[in-house]
Design a protein around this ligand. Structure first.
Ligand SMILES: Nc1nc2c(ncn2[C@@H]2O[C@H](COP(=O)(O)OP(=O)(O)O)[C@@H](O)[C@H]2O)c(=O)[nH]1
Ligand SMILES: [Mg+2]
Ligand SMILES: [Zn+2]
Length: 301
């Protein structure tokens, strides 16, 4: 029977099979094929389940994935931690304030979304806490890229109809730092979800199995949404410094225009990217973010 992984906890999975939830185990040989990542199946996977008892089964096979979202789990030996798969869009939620918005988080999420074949979407929540001009400053660079942007107050209701509409009939994952309002937003579009808010931040969110308490929810309006609690940092995975610029759509026109073919766009003479930044064609904050991420990737190596 075909099912979809709702949640993974160690080697036990909650799987949606024919509209009900089954408790399933992962077949041993699937584990063997997947030593390099956190788990052979993750939230969002479509799987083949063989029933063993009432609403219980064994996962025998995993279908090919259309998208995935990973990060590097830190530790002595970094490995790929796949947070979820088969989602169509990634909503990066930041708070207009409380906690302070981090552009670096947005930019890293966008890089991994593009790499993993997800449509990036930006949601600025808690717009009730700042003047509209502050929200515009935050959104401007992403508007220029053409990504969908939502401005919401999950508390006051601003923008919630549009946000709800954006989640209709598709698979959406939501990421954002703790406290930005992810759970409140999802409860706002579907009160029946009853997600806990103000959850205390888990200290060890980087462990092999602890982190990804990613949970998939089926929406009444149609579609799925995945809540990913406890993600503090998005360390890029599988992106070499020299490849980073390729994940910045605004740098596409400058490709191959620098004096040096392997230009890092940080300090080389005759750099088309730096010229474009100086000319105002590329948002300064995006370029500064590129520099920081490039440097962090170089020091990771
Ligand atoms: N002022 C304001 N507070 C909000 C808003 N959305 C959520 N909050 C509050 O922010 C805190 C964290 O929300 P929560 O949904 O648990 O964040 P999560 O960790 O991202 O899931 C809670 O106290 C919420 O009541 C909003 O739009 N405006
Ligand atoms: Mg939450
Ligand atoms: Zn350059």
């Amino acid at each position: 029977m075909q099912g979809r992984i709702i949640r993974v906890s160690g080697l036990q999975c909650l799987v949606e099979v024919e509209r009900s939830h089954w408790q399933c185990e992962i077949r041993g040989r699937l584990k063997a094929g997947c030593r390099k990542t956190n788990s052979p199946v993750v939230a969002g996977d479509w799987v083949e389940v063989v029933p063993t008892a009432e609403r219980t089964g064994v996962i025998e096979a995993v279908h090919p994935r259309s998208s995935k979202f990973s990060r590097g789990a830190s530790g002595p030996r970094p490995f790929e931690q796949i947070l979820f798969v088969n989602m169509e869009q990634l909503v990066v939620v930041v708070a207009a304030c409380q906690p302070r918005p981090r552009r670096g988080f947005i930019d890293r999420a966008i890089v991994m979304a593009i790499k993993g074949n997800l449509q990036p979407v930006v949601c600025i929540n808690k717009v009730d806490l700042v003047p509209p001009a502050a929200v515009s400053t935050l959104t401007a660079p992403y508007e220029a890229l053409g990504y969908p942007i939502y401005r919401t107050s999950a508390l006051r209701g601003d923008g919630m109809d549009a946000f709800k509409e954006a989640l209709s009939n598709r698979s959406t994952a939501v990421v954002g730092q703790s406290g930005v309002g992810k759970s409140t937003l999802l409860n706002g579009i579907e009160p029946g979800l009853g997600l806990k808010t103000k959850e205390i931040m888990k200290r060890h969110d980087r462990g092999r199995h602890t982190t990804a308490a990613v949970h998939l929810f089926k929406l009444q309006q149609g579609g799925y949404v995945a809540d990913t609690p406890g993600v503090k940092k998005l360390r890029l995975w599988g992106v070499k410094p020299a490849e980073l610029a390729a994940y910045y759509p605004e740098l596409e026109p400058m490709r191959g225009q620098c004096q040096f073919g392997d230009c890092s766009h940080l300090h080389e003479p005759d750099c088309a990217v730096r010229a474009a930044v100086a000319a105002g064609h590329v948002a300064v904050v995006r370029y500064e973010g590129y520099r920081r991420i490039f440097e962090s990737l170089s020091s990771d190596e």
